[in-house]
Design a protein around this ligand. Sequence first.
Ligand SMILES: Cc1cc2nc3c(=O)[nH]c(=O)nc-3n(C[C@H](O)[C@H](O)[C@H](O)COP(=O)(O)O)c2cc1C
Length: 357
Amino acid sequence: MENRTINTIKTYKKIIIYYFSGTGNAKNVALWFSQVAIENGTECQIINIAQIDRRSIAQPEPGALVVFISPIHGFNYPPIMLNFIFNFPKGKNKVVLMNTRAGMLIGKFITPGLTGIAFYLSAFILFLKGFSIKAIMPVDMPSNWISLHPGLNVRTVKYLHQRNKERVEVFTRKIIQGKHHFKALIEIYDLLLAPIALGYFVAGRFFLAKTFYASGDCNNCDLCIKSCPVKAIKKVDNRPFWTFNCESCMQCMSNCPKKAIETGHGYIAAFVFVFNAIILVAFYKFFNNYFIPIENTFLKVVVESVLSIVFIGIWYRLVHWLLSIRIVERIIVFTSLTKYKWWGRRYKALKEAEYKN
Ligand SMILES: Cc1cc2nc3c(=O)[nH]c(=O)nc-3n(C[C@H](O)[C@H](O)[C@H](O)COP(=O)(O)O)c2cc1C
């Protein structure tokens, strides 16, 4: 927790920034915001929500501006930030909602990420608690989701840092002058992503959590276990094991000094095949023979979702055990795209000296 002050006149008595960050983008945005606020003489407190007791959150003092900053995961804030906002005490403060999302670069054009329902949902919860929303702003920082796409190149990462720092500074100056900012509401199509955001809420926890594993390069330094913001990694059979608590924030993968943490594309593809071609077929054969056939689509989705969660749990435990056999470990590693240089460049947000010209 940092607490810094300079004495001059200010619109807000104080600014309290609550942030969550997997790979450092949201943390950078929090720092950029605070630097401008401090230069303008406003006391600014930055709080990493992963490092505080989230069950007893202090009520913000009247007159303070409260800022929430978090990455977008699956078209919404991740559960840690949503729970935090949900448990946040009631108040009458002004609030700013910010996110970092997946920016990419085409020439000099920064392609925007997708916020989905993050702002709508959080604004609604905070409004019910008595707060008034002053501004919302998405920041298109480099995408860190290398389980899904190849890691971004250095030029793109640098450029996105430089441009976004300027944008956040302009935005912050506007906010500390007491102005509103709701430009992001133009992205009304975000609402169409609501069903996917809801689906991701389940899939993220019960499926993506099980896509990570530690290869034979792991030296058991336990950094991933100690630094996981949601304490989702534990030791099973003397190697890191990702529990269903994992929020796929990518922090473990980006920090591993041995680059031993991979996304298991190969064993996940095998899971999908075995689940659909064998488990589901066998299940319906058995169920339809001995009970009433399931014809209702909704019921089918529920049954198949529950079955897939149970089966991925078993599958992941099996894979974890098989990793102790060298030949199987090699097959799993070589079928993981993150293992390859052209795909698996780990992402970590840059420090100022690294993106300054
Ligand atoms: C599991 C996961 C899901 C993501 N989903 C989205 C998304 O729905 N929309 C988006 O624009 N970016 C998405 N991203 C990209 C991140 O939001 C983006 O890289 C963010 O800047 C990371 O911030 P951080 O470094 O503070 O963790 C996702 C990233 C991960 C790892």
